[in-house]
Design a protein around this ligand. Sequence first.
Ligand code: MEV
Length: 344
Amino acid sequence: MLSEVLLVSAPGKVILHGEHAVVHGKVALAVALNLRTFLRLQPHSSGKVDLTLPNIGIKRAWDVARLQLLDTSFLEQGDVTAPTPEQVEKLKEVAGLPDDCAVTERLAVLAFLYLYLSIFRKQRWTKEDLELINKWAFQGERVIHGNPSGVDNAVSTWGGALRYQQGKISSLKRPPALQILLTNTKVPRSTKALVAGVRNRLLKFPEIVAPLLTSIDAISLECERVLGEMGEAPALEQYVVLEELIDMNQHHLNALGVGHISLDQLCQVTRAHGLHSKLTGAGGGGCGITLLKPGLEQPEVEATKQALTSCGFDCWETSIGAPGVSIHSATSLDSRVRQALDGL
Ligand code: MEV
C-alpha cells in the first residue's frame, strides 16, 4: 500500500474580491498563498504507518496490515458520495481514536483516512485525481457551511489566481506577485450564519442589496483587468487602483452586514501606516488582507505587523499565486517544515 514517506501540502488561500457576492452567482477572484499546510505519512519497519498533521498538532499510527484488510470497494465508484453510517463506523474502528479525542481531531483523521483510501495510494496526481480532491474538499465545505459557492476548495486545489463564477473556473494568466499581509483577528465566526445573514438582507432589501452585489461583481472584474495589465512590471498607479477597489469593497461588505469591529480596527491600524485592507472570506471576524505596495521599506512593514500583533491579532507577510495541493519528496522540504513534522 505505502512503501515510502508521503508528504502532501495544500496552500492557504484568500478571496481578493467577491466573497458573499459569489454565493449569489457573481464573480470572485481568489488566490493561493505561499503559506502551506503539510501532512506526512511515514511507514515503519514495524508494520505501522504514522500520520502527522503538524498544523493542528495531530499524530496517529496504524497497522498497515489492518488498513490493507479494509474493504475499500465503496471508494471505487469514481465519484464523490457521502460515506454511509456503516462506512463511517468502519473507519472509526480502523482509526482507533480514543473516546476523549477532540471533535476536530476526530473529523480531520476520519476525513484523511477516507481520502487516503481513495486517492493517496498514488505518488502522482492526474487532473482527474485533482478533480476528485476538489470534489471532496467541496463536500468538506458543505459540512462547515451548508451552501458553499465552491471558490475556496477550488483555489486550494488548483492554486494560482482564479476567477470563479457559478462553478466555472479560469486561471488568471501571469498574475503579478503581489505581497500581502494576512491578519487573523482570531474573532470566531460562523460562515453559515454570515452567508444566511446576507441572504436575509437581500430578501428584506432587494433594491438596496442587489446593487451592492452587482457593484462587488464590477470590483472583481476591474481587479481582474488591472491584475492582467500589471503583468511583469507593475506601475504604482495600478497599485493605487487596487487600493481603491479594496476600500470600496470593504465598505460594501460592511453594508452587507459581514463586518466586525475587529476588522474595522485592522483597517484603521493599517491605514495609519498608509496601507489598505479588507476582510477576506466570510467576515464577522476571521481574517483580513492588506496590500503591500512596492517600495515599502521593510521597517514600515515590520511596524505595521507589530501594530496588528499589539491588537491581539496574528499576522503573516506572504505572497499570492502559490501552487495548489501537491505531493513532495522528503528531500525537497525546507528545514523548518521538516522540523515541524518531526517535532510532534
Ligand atoms: C467564504 O470563504 C466565502 C463566502 O463567499 C462563502 C462561499 O463562497 O461559499 C462567504
